[in-house]
Design a protein around this ligand. Sequence first.
Ligand SMILES: *Cc1c(COP(=O)(O)O)cnc(C)c1O
Length: 366
Amino acid sequence: MLPLLEKYPLLGEKLPYVSLGEFPTPVQKLDRFGDDVGVGQLFIKRDDLSGEVYGGNKVRKLEFVLGDALQNGAKEVVTFGCAGSNHALATAIYARQVGLRSISILRPQPNAGYVGRNLLMSHYSDAELHHVRNTWLAYVATFYQRVRHKIGTGHSPHIVPLGGSSALGTVGYVNAAFELKEQITAGELPEPCRIYVALGTMGTAVGLMLGLKAAHLKSEVVPIRVVSEQLASVRTLTELFQKTNYFLCSLDSSFPRFELSESRVDIRDGFLGQGYAHFTEDAMEAVSRMRASEGIKLEGTYTGKAMAALIRDADDQSLRDEVVLFWNTYNSSDFSGAIAGLDYQQLPRSFHRYFEEDVQPLDADA
Ligand SMILES: *Cc1c(COP(=O)(O)O)cnc(C)c1O
């Protein structure tokens, strides 16, 4: 039983939910890496182990979002992202697991090894893939595909929002904060002063911020922006916080109400580099230091940039006596076996460029 739903049984009755992952995810102390970068006590929350086939932060959100699709009698889901989207892949994998077909509408992005691998795995998971040039065309394609599928099956595909970060999906990370609280109470780690996490569609960071308050933890979330400011700003973050808080209160009036003033939200935005999925020197250095000292895999689009911020903050020794938690949002399950025999020529033609063109110079994991 999820700790949030145990604490608020009314939420348990009212929230749509389907179990997909393996929780709680472990907390682990990183002695070597902590020493190396200068953090007193550094811990990592292993959400990379949230699912056997595919882990990462999307699993917690999809347990609610796909639960909603099933409760609505959906047969298919449609979702969005960039070509290498971890979210689109997670949706494809878990939708199929619960008997839903999935459609992904994907936009271009800088090339990297993981893009092709994620596309092949989505294809392996029977997702119907469409590549569109821009956001506007994504709307058009979504409308068109929903009509086309409705004519074909009698049902409109259920919409899974970008990154799974609706108020409902964000509840997955409200629960994650309650899960962390149980691990603190059990003595697995002291209460962290800070929690570093990548900021994309914001469901992860916002869910944690709300959940930590509700669970009476004082840890401060440090969100590191890895997408454009249009997507993740102080204003949009505050809105998602209020929307999620309101949503939970509307289902269970005993859930507390919080004010999050915009002046208290501190988004770190010096680590994006040239843009979403453009790897930076700092991020790739963080990735290789982590791999060398702990054998844990980070990547250049999200977690490497978030870890680069943590390393920068530790540089002046100010974290020497602190307890810090890094929330690992990336997947660490190896699915290379599943895609080994697949030929990219089976994908729609517009995706072939990710297999035929060079990856960006800083992508070393080829
Ligand atoms: C999607 C994703 C994020 C961002 O999470 P949001 O909830 O969208 O802010 C961070 N890390 C990884 C690896 C992701 O795939």
